[in-house]
Design a protein. Structure first.
Length: 141
């Protein structure tokens, strides 16, 4: 199934959630994805051409998702996801390190997913824990 995800915010370890970018991820039924993150604020008028410096991160590749069951209830507790980068605006090769996280449903909000993992924080240059809140976009044929 195809998927559109829009990031609401990211939170690095001991910081508050912030939306530093306008982020959208498009994923095909074959699990190929494109993830574009543009620094905020966006220029006005909205149809203005963006300078390359406004691009925080752009990646594309394939993804896998494996359900993780609760040992007591045997129900899916979360999904462990791995994103393999074919293209990455931050590095010149495919060996950019692991890009993986755990996606949790948000109770009472089926359109939301909370992603937790570790990756390089572009502000600090260090690998840090993070949380991202994603909202499902509508896919139209």
């Amino acid at each position: 199934m195809a998927d559109i995800s829009i990031r609401k915010w990211i939170r690095w370890e001991s910081h508050s959630p912030t939306p530093p970018t306008s982020t959208i991820v498009l994923t095909s039924p074959q699990r190929r994805f494109v993830d574009i993150r543009v620094l905020l604020p966006l220029p006005t008028p909205p149809d203005s051409e963006l300078p390359l410096e406004q691009l925080e991160w752009a990646i594309a590749g394939t993804s896998t998702s494996s359900p993780v069951l609760n040992p007591k209830t045997k129900e899916v507790e979360y999904s462990h996801c791995v994103w393999s980068h074919w293209i990455d605006s931050r590095v010149n090769n495919r060996d950019a390190g692991a890009d993986e996280g755990d996606n949790y449903p948000v109770e009472g909000h089926p359109e939301l997913t909370l992603e937790r993992g570790r990756m390089v924080n572009p502000a600090s240059g260090r690998v840090e824990g993070y949380e991202e809140m994603w909202v499902a976009g509508e896919v139209r044929a």
